[in-house]
Design a protein around this ligand. Sequence first.
Ligand code: SDX
Length: 438
Amino acid sequence: MAEQDQRNSESFTLTNNSTGDEFELQVLNGTVGPKVIDVRRLYADTGYFTYDPGFTSTGSCESNITYIDGDEGILLYRGYPIAALAEHSDFTEVCYLLLYGELPDKTQKDKFNNDITYHTMLHEQLNNFYRGFRRDSHPMAIMCGVVGALSAFYHDSLDISDPWHRMVASYRMLAKIPTIAAQAYKYSIGQPFIFPRNDLSYAENFLHMMFATPAEDYEISPILARAMDRILILHADHEQNASTSTVRLAGSSGANPFACIAAGIASLWGPAHGGANEAVLNMLQEIGDKSNIPEFIAKAKDKDDPFRLMGFGHRVYKNFDPRAKVMQETCHEVLGELGVTDEPLLELAMELERIALEDEYFVERKLYPNVDFYSGIIFRAMGIPTSMFTVLFAVARTVGWIAQWNEMVEDPSQKIGRPRQLYLGETYRDFVPVDKRG
Ligand code: SDX
């Protein structure tokens, strides 16, 4: 959308009530969603910064990829509703959609699948990086290290201004992230790495690399493969969340995509973000029994207690996270397929959700279950250890990070991200020699 098209007749007049100075600020329209007040000239024209720690009211970029309506609980990937994609599409098709903006036709889909499949193996030299970690290292630490190390393998052949180089780097990252993740798991349990197989789908390949051993054939459950594929779709992208903004900011300096994705992984690890799925399961295990729920609800409401109800709340969603609904349905499917009829953690989660959604504190603050609330229960039922939950989130979100990174690099108006501050420190003072201090 050309910038001129975004402008409309709407504008704001900013008046300095002390001096009477007035400044006009143009409003820009998106195709849908909140309009923005263009403050790009504010500092140059007024000498003032805007102030918005946490970026609660700040649009950082233009994007065509993902749209979220937090009040209505809407999530669209390139205009397609997440529930429709989760039900009718598959993860590599969604990767194509996020990267190229359109669903692929059969020929495009087959070629894309083939291109990704034939890049899933890692350089054998890369496997040495695993040996440097303790076996009990958190797999997210290994992901940060090994993905960052990809820069050492491809950095010198990567001209990010060259679309072909960007596409090759994107495909390499997409293809290799499941292999890197599965190897992080295998390394943590002392089992040999399992090579990817070219006859398997993306989700099947990931399950195979996670759970197969050289000693016997591993039979992939179609239901679990479908569930994994759907979970990858649900986590693939989410507008300008903390880790995506980290990737964009790192990329704005011209850093190579592998280093940027490693930065995104580091940001995702936090318990307030992608680390929440692991924190939810730890929280449910700490609550232990339904009888303890009121105590934990009280802790979550106590401002003097740092405890928060993990898996609840969201900066954007002030309604149900549409992904949480699909995750809850998938949870029941997976447990049913596995013959798990009495998963106490699921019973506990559903009771916790019921109580919280009737509690004024949560209702008033519009705190609903988010994507992380049920995912941990599914992963645990699938035999995935808690420490790998955020790794799975990173595997899925890599396509979103890559799509957003490409969009940023291709944006002709893109420049290095360099926020300013409200300075509250010491003003100028002369240096004092040590013998004159104190
Ligand atoms: C993800 O951004 C994305 O899109 C992220 C994500 C993605 O796909 O990339 O969707 C993935 O990160 C989902 C969120 C996973 N995190 C958690 O489940 C951790 C628990 N949630 C909270 O930490 C919190 O809700 C956040 C971090 C998710 C959102 O925090 P905000 O937007 O900064 O909201 P806030 O801290 O200003 O909270 C508003 C009020 C506060 O109370 P008051 O000061 O108004 O009295 O709600 C309270 C908060 O104390 N609150 C909670 C709460 N979340 C917010 N109180 C108890 N339990 C909670 N979970």
